[in-house]
Design a protein around this ligand. Structure first.
Ligand SMILES: [Zn+2]
Length: 340
């Protein structure tokens, strides 16, 4: 099969890789209908994250089940499925508490590489959720978004306790930040402020429900959020970048007693204890337990109540994956969809 392999920073190739086979009796093999490039794939692509030799890439996927192992009982060949970027059993105590991304048997799908024609899905019964039927083609991008960016934005927004009467601020205008805007709207937030300097992303944020745009960053960005919230800061703040600047900005934008949900993969962030102490802010975040939200998100997409697939503003054949990475790296594309 064909699959994306990152050889070195900036060196993306589409190569022949071995066809996946059932290894564990709890595995399924899917034919990938659509995959995509994640903002987090850009960390190794840019050389920020260390790379040990060539690695298969990709952790977001939707597809059709081809084959299942002998112990798989609920997932069947022929089903269209969506799964999280963490494989999880969905039965252990941590999973049952809603934290499937910390499942005691978890496995990161990025170690398998779903930017490919086929993928092995471990713990298939726990990881995958089947759609009610074969989706119309126009629903596929939204279902793919549920696999990571929508689920991650959703978790951040829930962690930030967005809801009716609340003002939500979103730091980061990538696909996750934009999906957090959509989530905040769905959860009934009264006012949604997105921090963005990029015209196309501002437009999409407004379509997803943003009421205010803040273009300032750092201390000026914090001051602007305070100005918009009567000097108090937002009730709920989503951090969707993962840098020192974005974390500092997010904490500073949250009012005392407010909640901050952080889902940008943290890179070289250190928080000063004294500032944290005096902030009186609730912090909750980490790798999102997307699996917890999949049934609800699939339902909203299937019934055409939300259209998160709009985050994909570039679609290319799998063989042109290198261009997809370049476009995202250069911020020419918000998010690139790959068609195997
Ligand atoms: Zn588990």
């Amino acid at each position: 099969m064909r699959g994306v392999v990152l050889h070195a920073p900036g060196d993306v190739r589409v190569e022949d890789r071995p066809d996946p086979t059932i290894i564990e009796p709890t595995d399924a093999i899917i034919r990938v209908t659509a995959a995509c490039v994640c903002g987090s794939d850009l960390w190794p692509y840019r050389g920020v994250e260390k790379l040990d030799g060539p690695v298969a890439m990709g952790h977001e996927y939707v597809g059709v089940v081809e084959e299942v192992g002998s112990q798989v009982s609920t997932i069947r060949p022929g089903q269209f499925v969506v799964g999280s970027f963490w494989a999880s059993d969905n039965t252990c105590e941590i999973c049952r508490s809603g934290y499937q991304s910390a499942c005691i048997h978890r496995l990161l799908m990025g170690t398998i590489g779903t930017q490919a024609e086929y993928a092995r899905i471990p713990l298939a019964d726990g990881t995958l959720v089947a759609t009610p039927g074969m989706p119309d083609a126009d629903l596929v991008p939204s279902l793919l978004a549920a696999s990571d960016v929508l689920g991650t934005g959703w978790f951040a927004t829930v962690a930030a306790q967005a809801g009716p009467g609340k003002t939500v601020a979103v730091v980061g205008d990538g696909a996750v930040g934009l999906c957090a805007v959509l989530a905040a709207r769905q959860l009934g937030a009264e006012r949604i402020i997105v921090m963005s300097r990029h015209a196309a992303r501002q437009d999409l944020a407004r379509r997803f429900g943003a009421t205010d745009i803040v273009t300032e960053r750092g201390d000026e960005g914090v001051a602007r959020i305070k100005e918009l919230t009567g000097g108090l800061g937002a009730h709920s703040v989503v951090e969707a970048v993962g840098t020192q600047e974005s974390m500092t900005q997010a904490i500073g934008s949250t009012r005392p007693g407010g909640h901050m949900g952080f889902v940008g993969v943290s890179h070289d962030v250190s928080l000063p204890g004294d500032e944290l102490f005096f902030s009186l802010v609730h912090l909750h975040g980490g790798p999102a337990p997307v699996r917890q939200y999949l049934p609800e998100l699939i339902d909203l997409i299937w019934n055409r109540q939300i259209d998160p697939g709009q985050v994909f503003d570039l679609t290319v054949p799998l063989d042109q994956a290198a261009e997809a990475y370049r476009a995202m790296d250069e911020r020419r594309a918000i998010k690139a969809l790959l068609l195997p």
